[in-house]
Design a protein around this ligand. Sequence first.
Ligand SMILES: [Zn+2]
Length: 114
Amino acid sequence: MATAATTVRTRLRKNDMVEVLTGKDAGKRGKILKVIPEKGRVIVQGVGFVKKHTKPNPQRNIKGGIAEREAAIHASNVMILCGECGKRTRIGAKRLADGRKVRVCRKCEGVLDK
Ligand SMILES: [Zn+2]
């Protein structure tokens, strides 16, 4: 059965500080390097390293060896860290007096978008 592509909504954005909730990297904190909205995944700095073995290919100037790079993890496996209260939090939304829509911490109401 073909399943329709579901866009996973995430309110996370690049440069958000997050904490990993599950997996071998649970408890690790890092900055979001990239958000992949169509997959609902994020790439967090220093989290979810995968080792990639590459064969040397002189014609394409590729050196062999093991390269480590961050793998995308599902957005539901991370939680944003509030810069105001320092806690893991859920993201709320608020409209500021100047009309700007910002994301806020559900715990302390601190603005997450600087
Ligand atoms: Zn907060």
